[in-house]
Design a protein around this ligand. Structure first.
Ligand SMILES: *Cc1c(COP(=O)(O)O)cnc(C)c1O
Length: 511
């Protein structure tokens, strides 16, 4: 198979022909070849980092799946392949991978390639340990303690407990489970029939779908995840929440859980936490704040208030460092005001892992606090990143992202014929339509919105084919497709925002 010709993709011939059995541990004298192979792979990765930040390089080289299958050799063969082939495989994989750290990638809530965090991920892979016991991950377990305590402190929880989970969706599920356990401790042993009445949870109609999935997974049924209407900017309306709670109570149901979203996935809206906390207090409901997206702004003195004011009144909080903070995928945390709930809720006391007569203080064995068995090490990359940036560096990062989003909003408003801003952003989500030439004279009616909604995916398709820009789109409620631009990468500058707007015009003016 052809190599790319660059010296970093070429092993010395005598090494290139070797097989994995010539490396450690199969060949005890294989260190020299092992070293050469690993350094070559590393060079390839470093080159990818360089290309990722090169504005002259494309973000992606798009092909449809059938064509991609022809371009790649994905076969897993009966006979193993030599090292040069493996290096070529690595190179080709990166060649066709989307560069999510490219300064013109605005597509996802997790963008950017934080190099310190990436270094942490490399070390994590090399250390290759499991996070269930102190016994096999002493340093990483202690790092979890320190970092999670710091995060609780920033939220405003004194004491409490936290865990890293495989994504915000699972973090939300942990909150749900802890809430049910706290309010109905019999459930763990006796199951659903130990609760008299239908459990009901509440969340806004703008929430992340994982909240609804808790209702499906945990036996409530999605009909008992009540969607509370939101205002024109996507924020839950507290009066509607109270009305719906009373309605369900009148039907004999058992409301127990309210999810407030701090930074909604599409619009970046913040539910008003203080009035929602008042309602939860009044009716004795668990308050969970899903700050998977907006949690990063807790680090900014300038932007934390009023958006997250009152978050310390929550019983639990989801916060994804892999989003706004730029930590590498995957890094999600969930925090609890009350200590001891996680262990009491999830403990199964597996005797082969969590023996109580170990050499050390077994409270450091976190494995029995979770519904998983093994846990990936997601802490080191965050810890190392925090060491590098300091809390101050994160604050600067937040303020810069918000500044860029404000810059983009100003730009869009200054060209109302070409771009139609949908809502005034509260965060770094900028929602808008691109208006092609033929629609510029038309009044902004439902009819025009419908056409704009049809144009949006076509323009996105052109973007993907060109490979120069990636911005996401979606419909929302009554609104047809519109672009949702995310600025959450340290690589983005004003120049890239200018490019984005000019590129939409270049690719879409004739639509
Ligand atoms: C992204 C997101 C989630 C889900 O997080 P994953 O890590 O993708 O599972 C949950 N809630 C909100 C508000 C989000 O933006």
């Amino acid at each position: 198979m052809a190599t790319m010709g660059s010296p970093s993709h070429q092993l010395r011939k005598d090494v290139g022909h070797l097989k994995y059995t010539d490396l450690l541990p199969y060949n005890k004298d294989g260190y020299a070849a092992t070293r050469e192979f690993l350094l070559k792979v590393t060079e390839l990765l470093v080159e990818f980092v360089k290309d990722t930040h090169d504005r002259n390089k494309k973000i992606l080289d798009f092909h449809h799946p059938a064509e991609m299958l022809r371009l790649l050799d994905l076969d897993v063969p009966d006979r193993g392949l030599p090292l040069q082939q493996l290096l070529d495989d690595c190179s080709k994989t990166l060649q066709y991978q989307v560069k999510t750290g490219h300064p013109r990638f605005f597509n996802q809530l997790s963008c950017g390639l934080d190099l310190i965090s990436m270094t942490g991920e490399w070390l994590t892979a090399t250390a290759n340990t499991n996070m269930f016991t102190y016994e096999i991950a002493p340093v990483f377990i202690l790092m979890e303690h320190v970092v999670l305590e710091k995060m609780r402190d920033i939220i405003g929880f004194r004491g409490g407990d936290s865990i890293l989970a495989p994504g915000g969706s699972i973090s939300n599920l942990y909150a749900f489970l802890a809430a049910r356990h706290k309010l109905f401790p019999g459930y763990k042993e006796k199951g659903i029939h130990s609760i008299a009445g239908q459990l009901v949870m509440f969340t806004s109609d703008q929430c992340h779908y994982s909240v609804k999935s808790c209702a499906a997974v945990c036996g409530l049924g999605t009909d008992n995840c009540v969607e509370v209407p939101s205002d024109e900017r996507g924020r839950m309306i507290p009066e509607q929440l109270e009305k719906l709670i009373l309605e369900r109570k009148a039907r004999g149901h058992v409301p127990f859980f309210v999810n407030a979203t701090a930074g909604t996935t599409v619009l970046g809206a913040f539910d008003p936490l203080e009035p929602i906390a008042d309602i939860c207090h009044k009716y004795r409901l668990w308050l969970h704040v899903d700050a998977a997206w907006g949690g990063g702004l807790l680090l900014s003195k300038k932007h934390r208030h009023p958006r997250l004011t009152g978050i310390e009144r929550a019983d639990s909080v989801t916060w994804n460092p892999h989003k706004l903070m730029g930590t590498l995928l995957q890094c999600s945390t969930v925090h609890f005001k009350e200590d001891g709930l996680l262990i009491s809720c999830n403990q199964m006391s597996a005797e082969y892992l969590f023996m109580q007569d170990k050499l050390y203080d077994v409270r450091y064995d976190t494995g029995d606090k979770v519904i998983q068995c093994g846990r990936h090490n997601d802490i080191f990359k965050l810890w190392l990143q925090w060491r590098a940036k300091g809390t101050e560096g994160f604050e600067k990062h937040m303020d810069r992202l918000m500044e860029l989003a404000a810059y983009m909003t100003r730009k869009i408003k200054s060209m109302p014929d070409k771009y139609h801003l949908i809502v005034e952003p509260e965060m770094v989500n900028v929602s808008f339509w691109y208006v092609p030439s033929r629609l510029r004279g038309m009044a902004h009616t439902a009819e025009r919105e419908k056409i704009l909604g049809e144009i949006t995916p076509v323009l996105k398709g052109r973007m993907m084919q060109a490979g120069t820009l990636m911005v996401g789109y979606q419909p929302l409620d009554e609104r047809p497709n519109f672009f949702r631009n995310i600025i959450s990468s340290a690589a983005v500058t004003e120049v890239d925002v200018d490019f984005l707007l000019a590129e939409l015009e270049r690719l879409g003016h004739d639509l």
